[in-house]
Design a protein around this ligand. Structure first.
Ligand code: NAP
Length: 245
């Protein structure tokens, strides 16, 4: 029970990595506000957390919209009285080779994968600064270093790292940590949508010999959210079975 009694907010919690993170934080004792595009899509995550005895506030919101992003932070604080842990996990990809990437593909990914992280981090920072404690954990990607077909996604995920390190510097004196996690290749709907040959090619490059699971990421989030990680901030942690070394 590494986060017993803490209040967490996790975005993109209906499925995939976000769901794995929410369920792990629940098992470790946190009560949670969980966010996804539709509140109905959160039903399975709510059921798992309720079975574990946790209090859950499901919120339907588009976190790429500033007002809705501010609204979910406010709703979590109103419901639970405070916010201890923010996990920005909602994300999308719209892959295309650079010279064929449309403005719409660029804008959509920057909006959800970068601007949303800014909106939520800013709103949480206002609250966490006042309380003198807090944990901000942002899900970036191994692709932040550049990946063919992912100029938009790589730019957004690299931006998340710059944002996280800046938050870490600014908030350290206030007792708030900010860290980024870079998942490698994790089995979710996002990766299952890839062509089978691309899947096999990437999976075959993982030194540990297996694709990752949402729980692999959730385990690291639980550590960063815990009191044990009080002196860890501004870090970028790969969770990829050695895919990026
Ligand atoms: P996923 O299975 O596609 O799940 C993403 C979730 O985020 C979905 O439930 C989605 O809702 C939700 N979402 C999308 N846009 C949203 C918005 N504007 N507001 C609120 N919720 C929104 O993806 P995943 O593989 O779990 O990825 C989760 C995060 O990890 C992403 O940031 C991704 O970039 C990152 N990541 C994943 C991998 C990997 O191998 N899977 C590797 C590196 C990084 P809908 O279902 O309604 O679209």
């Amino acid at each position: 029970m590494r986060v017993a009694g803490k209040i967490a907010l996790v975005t993109g919690a209906a499925r995939g990595i976000g769901r794995g993170i929410a369920e792990k934080l629940g098992l470790e004792g946190a009560d949670l506000a969980i966010v996804d595009l539709s509140a109905e899509a959160l039903a399975d995550t709510v059921a798992t957390l309720a079975t574990a005895g946790r209090k859950v506030l499901p919120l339907g919101a588009d976190v790429g919209d500033r007002q809705q992003a501010d609204g979910v932070v406010a709703a979590a604080i109103e419901q639970f009285g405070r916010l201890d842990i923010l996990v920005n996990c909602a994300g999308i990809n719209r892959d295309a080779i650079l010279h064929r990437m449309t403005d719409e593909q660029w804008d959509a990914v920057i909006r959800v994968d970068l601007s949303a992280v800014f909106y939520l981090t800013r709103a949480a920072a206002v609250h966490m600064r006042q309380r003198g404690s807090g944990r901000i954990i942002n899900i970036s990607s191994a692709s932040w270093q550049g990946n063919v077909g992912q100029a938009n996604y790589a730019a957004a995920k690299a931006g998340v790292i710059g944002l996280t390190k800046t938050a870490a510097r600014e908030l350290a004196p206030k007792g708030v940590t900010a860290n980024a996690i870079c998942p490698g290749f994790i089995e979710t709907e996002m990766t299952r949508a890839m062509p089978p040959d691309a899947w096999e090619r990437i999976a075959g490059r993982i030194p540990m010999g297996r694709v990752g699971t949402p729980a692999d990421v959730g385990n690291v989030v639980a550590f960063l959210a815990s009191d044990e990680a009080a002196y860890v901030t501004g870090e970028v942690i790969n969770v990829g079975g050695g895919l990026v070394l």
